[in-house]
Design a protein around this ligand. Sequence first.
Ligand SMILES: [Zn+2]
Length: 166
Amino acid sequence: MATTDRQATTLALAHALSAAERGLPVIPLSRTKLPALRSPHRGTTDPAGVPCHGECGRFGHGVHDASTDPARIRALFAAAPRATGYGIACGRPPHHLIGVDLDTKSGTDSSAALRELALRHLFTIPATVVVLTPSGGRHLWLSGPPDVVVPNSAGRLAPGIDIRGA
Ligand SMILES: [Zn+2]
C-alpha cells in the first residue's frame, strides 16, 4: 500500500509539473481533494486578525502555495508525501482560468440552466475542455479576460452552477 501511495504521489507530481509547464499554478492535493499540506498556523490565533497567505515563508496556505516553478512544486510535493493529486489555482495569469462546475445533484439540470443563461444574456458557450466528474457532473474550463476578476460562487448564477475563479 505504501508503494501504491508513493506511485500515486509521483504520478500526481508528474502531472502537476506538466500543468505548470503550460502556465497553470499548482498545489498538491490529498485523496479528499483538499490541500495536502496542513496550515502551519493550525491551532494558533493570529493576534492581528490578519490571515497569513504565505508571508511567513512556510508551506500550507492552500491555493496561496500554488506555483508554476518546478523547484517549488517539487518542494511542495516532497513536503506532502500523502498527496495523490494536484489542484490548479484559477484566475491567475497568463490563462485567468475559470472553472464552471455543472452539478447534477438533487435533480437540477445545470447544463440546461447554463444554456438558458446563454440565451437570455446572448452569449455562446465556447468549445472548451470538459471534464466529466464521477458524480455525473461536468467541469467546463475556460480562460478569462485579464482585466476582469471572476470570483468564486456557488449556485449564484443558477442552481447547480458553481464558478471557480480568483
Ligand atoms: Zn503563514
